[in-house]
Write a protein that binds this ligand. Structure first.
Ligand SMILES: [Zn+2]
Length: 309
């Protein structure tokens, strides 16, 4: 957050999941890890500026003042000291911004009875769309009446169930770090696929995850037959992803120039920035002629060769 015209405005969002080893950390270590990770991630924005960290975990207020830290905490302390942040305690209930970011609305609000918004699908929307869908309406009819006349071929038909008049597919979910469990995926009719794609990828809660992450998160909650293909196509056409991800800085091959025959034939220019204080930075424009550089380099090499032989 950065103060602008008297109000705190977010300038960037970030989050990540814990890896297998980090899952075993104590709670305070996980909170400290979040601080260190965030400082490193936003280094290019915050370095050299006063940094205030708002936390609802009180032990953090004094943790990095500790003198007898050891192991990874001592290593983290060195990183934190680079930024000299101040820690401010806020109550857990007041920490709504962090809570909003750490809960995936796409997964928690998939079926909502509230007024429809961009972020949510209502029970009524899904009920109507499933019954208007040429294929799923026949599956629903089969489940309700047992009549399999005109029933199209649907793989794993026995996995489909009706709950509260809504069609779900029961499937076994196998997580990377958790035991397998039975989940019920909401069956998405074709007309709702574009809305769900936006919900699982485009919203601020989803924050444009990559193809595999979007698919794996979507599979926790939703099912439709062409999920992978539709998600891949959607992300391929996503303007935000195209602007901010992928090969933003394409690899530029090293250029070769003809060796200059005399001084000042070819000039090289570079800009060096040196932070002097928290807010003042010394910029040095360096200009040198390539001939001199090559001459010194060759002389140095020549002297080194002389030493060796
Ligand atoms: Zn995107």
């Amino acid at each position: 957050m950065q103060e602008h015209q008297g109000k705190n405005r977010p300038i960037a969002y970030a989050s990540r999941t814990l890896n297998k080893a980090e899952n075993n950390y104590a709670v305070t270590e996980i909170e400290a890890l979040a601080v260190v990770w965030a400082l490193k991630k936003f280094k290019y924005i915050i370095y050299g500026y006063p940094v205030e960290i708002l936390t609802d975990h009180k032990p953090l207020l004094h943790l990095f003042k500790g003198k007898d830290l050891s192991g990874r905490m001592a290593r983290w302390l060195l990183t934190v000291q680079d930024y000299m942040p101040t820690f401010t305690y806020i109550k857990g209930k007041a920490n709504v911004a962090a809570d909003a970011l750490s809960r995936n609305c796409a997964l928690t609000c998939a079926v909502s009875t509230e007024t429809p918004t961009f972020d949510t699908l209502t029970h009524t929307d899904i009920f109507k769309a499933q019954r208007d869908d040429p294929m799923w309406s026949k599956v629903i009819s089969y489940l309700e009446t047992g009549n399999d006349l005109d029933l199209p071929h649907v793989p794993s038909l026995s996995h489909y169930v009706l709950q509260d008049d809504i069609l779900y597919k029961a499937t076994t979910f196998t997580g990377k770090y958790e035991p397998s469990r039975l989940i019920h995926q909401l069956v998405i009719p074709q007309t709702l696929v574009p809305s769900v794609l936006k919900l699982i990828h485009d919203t601020s809660h989803a924050s444009h995850p990559g193809k595999e992450k979007t698919l794996s998160q979507a599979r926790l909650k939703y099912f439709w037959l062409t999920m992978r293909r539709d998600i891949n196509n959607h992300i391929d056409l996503c303007h935000t992803c195209a602007r901010t991800k992928g090969n933003i800085h394409p690899h530029v091959p090293i250029l070769s120039y003809p060796i200059p025959s005399s001084p000042w034939d070819v000039l090289a220019i570079d800009l060096l920035k040196l932070p002097l204080t928290e807010r003042i930075c010394l910029s040095v424009l360096i200009i040198f002629h390539v001939f001199q550089f090559l001459f010194q380099f060759q002389t140095k090499q020549h002297k080194q060769l002389q030493k060796q032989f």
